[in-house]
Design a protein. Structure first.
Length: 352
């Protein structure tokens, strides 16, 4: 049997791709369509071109030739410009680029408008009418049955693919009280014998979360997607001081330092705050393994984004999420992670 906390799983956008929820790059492609002449967002076309050009120019001037331009970098830039007066460096920097001033409209009103329409569109992107498209998520519950321990899954996704595919008889802890429906950190520390099948940490929020600032800045789960779901999207500061996000970051750090294996499915290694935690975990224990599942993986690129030489610790699986989950068992994970089974002290020895 695998021991408790020997494994954590991190899910990225690629894990929901088969369910027809677009990745960040696909969202950007959608934006390109909306910007075409005659389409609803065409008035933002010049602004988009200007921002993209300036961002990629900045990358090149810093010698960063492998940086990608994605939907989050676009929204981050719009937000930073819109709120530039709140930046403590604002008094010390010069005026905005002349091309940007020309493209942003009178009083820069297009900056805020463009950001708002993108964030509003996000709700449409991450909702699907039929969650049977994501039925392969059920295999995580099946894996948990073989694992025979509470499974801790961290996700960067906003969708409900796992929740909507929860089998009968399995329990999924999202941290919300059954009566008040308010988030409570204590629910992630169940007593022995009362633990759920899966602890589920939605590190960037969920489309069925709503924040009630008037009632103590609490997050509640709701039945329908609110007009402004509580999400972390398009911000450089992914480590929010508010719960549940600060708590989730701490839990991810804590359990990554306990795990023997960190299984990552469908994550592009584009979030610096996540990569820093992963780097710390790998540096903390040279025997700790990270298994990255994605189509056409690039081991060198993954190590570069994490920020270290971890080729002996990072293993890659060239597979789509749904195909990998088809074959995921404790035994197969042990083999892919290269865990040694040569003595009785090995925590995985009883699993084979």
């Amino acid at each position: 049997m695998l021991r408790n906390n020997d494994l954590i799983i991190l899910l990225g956008a690629g894990c929901s791709r088969k369910a027809e929820i677009p990745t960040s790059d696909m969202m950007l492609t959608n934006v390109h369509g909306f910007l075409e002449p005659g389409k609803e967002w065409h008035k933002y076309h010049a602004l988009y071109c200007c921002l993209r050009g300036l961002i990629l120019h900045s990358d090149a001037m810093q010698g960063k030739f492998n940086e990608s331009f994605n939907i989050e970098r676009l929204v981050i830039s719009l937000g930073e410009i819109e709120n530039r007066k709140a930046n403590f460096l604002n008094p010390f920097v010069g005026a905005l680029h002349a091309d940007l001033l020309k493209a942003a409209g009178e009083n820069l009103q297009l900056i805020g408008e463009f950001r708002q329409v993108i964030v509003k569109q996000l709700r449409e992107w991450v909702q699907i009418g039929d969650y049977r498209k994501a039925d392969y998520y059920r295999r995580l519950f099946e894996f948990q049955s073989s694992y025979n321990q509470p499974l801790r899954i961290f996700t960067l996704n906003y969708d409900l693919c796992l929740e909507k595919n929860q089998p009968s008889g399995k329990t999924l802890e999202r941290g919300f009280d059954e009566t008040t429906r308010e988030w409570n950190a204590n629910r992630f520390a169940s007593e022995n014998g009362d633990a759920p099948s899966i602890y589920y940490y939605k590190m960037h929020g969920s489309i069925d979360w709503e924040r009630d600032i008037k009632r103590g800045n609490v997050v509640k789960e709701v039945d329908n997607t609110p007009s402004e779901p509580d999400l972390i999207f398009g911000t450089t500061h992914k480590l929010y001081p508010n719960d549940p996000y600060l708590f989730y970051a701490y839990e991810f750090r804590q359990y990554s330092l306990l795990a023997k294996v960190i299984l990552i499915i469908g994550y592009s290694f584009s979030d610096d705050h996540i990569n820093r935690i992963l780097r710390q975990a790998l540096e903390n224990d040279n025997n700790r393994k990270l298994v990255a599942v994605m189509p056409n993986p690039n081991l060198d690129g993954i190590c570069l984004r994490i920020g270290g030489s971890f080729k002996s610790q990072v293993l890659v699986e060239d597979a789509k999420a749904e195909n990998y989950l088809d074959t995921l068992t404790p035994e197969n994970l042990i083999k892919s992670a290269g865990i040694r089974l040569d003595n009785d002290s090995d925590p995985f020895a009883s699993a084979v």
